[in-house]
Design a protein around this ligand. Structure first.
Ligand code: G4P
Length: 531
């Protein structure tokens, strides 16, 4: 008879929780959809994309819509493939730096870096890569759009090394480039896989012919120039390339590289199979001074994302929790770290391919959506043992500031509610000038796009039009030590004294020079750039 420990061990081993990181338009939506197609979670490709397209039609503000994720159900998607249980985390993709994306990466055990073969390593990919690198999680590279003209594969390897500073190991190699993508060579099996295009843009699983590279039939099938080029390339890779080292992969020092086309499905299944074999199951997390292993009997999870009003018809607010250890059961009572009070998790939701549904059980690696009556914040720990605080959510100092107020003073109440909500979601940071009432706030954001999001969401979700005045301030510093009162500080005339949501004093500076001024002129003052 299997014990609950055996069940837990088995469920952990078969789980893979990862995020796809890429620059907009590299094909993340398409690849996600094809993974679902191969997992049998959808039967005909086109549905995720159709939703995305429909949304574009109703909103001309694509960036903002993208910022909120593809849709409710695809913020997290769970599906099965063979014996694996896969959780894909959607990282909101837009050009701007977004804290939300970084928090999402904290909940992933590995990342798939998707690159457009013609464009190579692009700006957003670089930023996201750096966060993954900082966390030391394994990164797998999928070079997409190989059905079109693309950069030379060797040049792409070099680019990854030069721009990202990571060595790559091609697991397979493309055959036929520049719009004539025929298949890939599987280096591990020394096998050629040729795909048969069905001209449907990969709505269904693609057929392939496989065989040893030494089988003379492939010389005929591929034709002379392609075959010789492949043999040459393989030789060069074997002699000059890195050797495969799983340890380095797991430490994020070597990225296994795959070539394919999410649109035509060429190479998608090969990628999925290898990825599942090589990527790690759920890993341990550090809570303060404690290391929590997934196999711990006690349930532990943390909240990494809060999203309100995802469905404007139901003003709901969901907190996304990553399960770190133990077995999660619907209705279980846990201790909420912030309040140290027990909470019952009554209506946990999971996101299966296209629907949300109430779940009974979840295991480490899973993401559970909890209805949030307004008690949860990002970084909160929920556990059966209590006494644990998650410290792994990165916080980024705001670099852009603006003054905001409701245009119509009669809407002050909604304005306050909206601002508070968005601050709790972690979308913006809110500051108050002590001498100004609740009709005006100073908000801080890591990227300027957040201001547009704020404006858009306050209007759409709270019916409030706002006045927004950008400030020249770029640095927030929390006062950690001070002699006397903040109001008596000797600071430059442009420096602002404000309070954060927890009533801590913060100084907003325009430049480094004024920070230095404050430090030089005020003995005993010490400042910190995060709260
Ligand atoms: P994103 O989520 O990363 O932003 O990218 P998305 O999947 O939406 O793909 C962006 C565009 O690239 C889409 O074209 C998509 O069809 C195309 N694409 C994705 N994968 C491949 C591929 O492997 N090969 C080729 N040739 N194209 C690919 P679109 O014109 O914007 O949309 P659609 O009209 O095709 O739907």
């Amino acid at each position: 008879m299997s014990t609950s420990k055996d069940v837990l061990r088995k469920e952990i081993e078969r789980r893979r929780t990862f995020a796809i990181i890429s620059h907009p338009d590299a094909g993340k939506t398409t690849l996600t959809e094809k993974l679902l197609l191969y997992g049998g979670a959808i039967h005909m490709a086109g549905s995720v994309k159709a939703r995305k397209a429909a949304r574009h039609a109703i909103s001309d503000w694509m960036e903002i819509e993208k910022q909120r994720g593809i849709s409710v159900t695809s913020s997290v998607m769970q599906f099965e493939y063979k014996n694996y249980c896969i959780n894909i985390l959607d990282t909101p993709g837009h050009q701007d730096f977004s804290e939300d994306t970084y928090r999402t990466l904290v909940a992933a055990d590995s990342a798939v870096m998707l690159i457009d073969g013609a464009k190579g390593v692009e700006a957003q990919t670089i930023k996201l890569f750096q966060v993954c690198k900082m966390r030391g999680i394994p990164i797998f590279t999928f070079v997409n759009k190989m059905d079109r003209a693309s950069k030379d594969p060797f040049a792409l390897m070099q680019e990854i090394e030069d721009v990202l500073g990571i060595r790559s190991y091609p697991m397979n190699w493309p055959i036929g480039t520049d719009g004539d993508f025929k298949g890939v060579y599987d280096r591990n099996l020394r096998q050629i896989v040729l795909f048969t295009s069905d001209n449907t843009h990969g709505q269904a699983i693609v057929n392939s012919t496989k065989g040893s590279v030494d089988d003379p039939i492939f010389k005929d099938l591929l034709g002379e120039p392609y075959y010789s080029k492949l043999v040459e390339d393989i030789e060069l890779l074997d002699i000059a390339g890195d050797s495969f080292d799983l340890n380095k992969v797991l430490k994020g020092e070597l990225t296994p590289m795959f070539f394919g086309s999410a649109m035509t499905n060429f190479g998608v299944e090969l990628f999925l199979e290898e990825f599942l074999k090589l990527s790690p199951p759920p890993h341990e997390y550090i809570f303060g001074d404690k290391i929590i292993e997934p196999l711990n009997d006690d349930f532990t999870g943390f909240i990494f994302r809060i999203q309100a009003n995802m469905n404007p018809n139901h003003r709901d607010r969901l907190a996304f929790m990553r399960v770190c250890s133990g077995i999660f059961k619907r209705g279980m009572q846990v201790i909420h770290s912030k309040t140290e009070k027990p909470v019952r998790l009554a209506q946990p939701q999971q996101f299966m391919a296209q629907e949300r549904e109430i779940i009974e059980t979840a295991y480490p690696g899973d993401i559970v959506g909890l209805f949030d009556p307004g008690i949860f914040s990002i970084g909160d720990t929920l556990s059966t043992s209590g006494n644990l605080t998650f410290t792994g959510i990165p916080s980024f100092p705001a670099e852009h500031f603006a003054r905001v107020a409701a245009k119509d003073t009669m809407k002050r109440k909604q304005f306050l509610k909206g601002i508070t909500q968005l601050a709790e979601e972690g979308a913006i940071q809110v500051f108050k000038q002590p001498d100004i009432g609740v009709e005006e706030f100073i908000i801080g954001a890591v990227g300027v796009l957040q201001f547009e999001v704020l404006e858009y969401r306050l209007k759409n979700e709270y019916s409030v039009d706002i006045k927004l005045t950008h400030l020249n301030h770029h640095h927030a510093r929390w006062i950690t030590e001070i002699n006397g009162k903040p109001e008596d500080l000797n600071i430059t005339s442009t420096t602002l004294i404000v309070k954060d949501r927890r009533d801590n004093y913060v100084l907003l500076f325009e430049n480094d020079w004024s920070i230095q001024w404050a430090l030089d002129k005020n003995k005993g003052l010490s400042l910190r750039n995060i709260s």
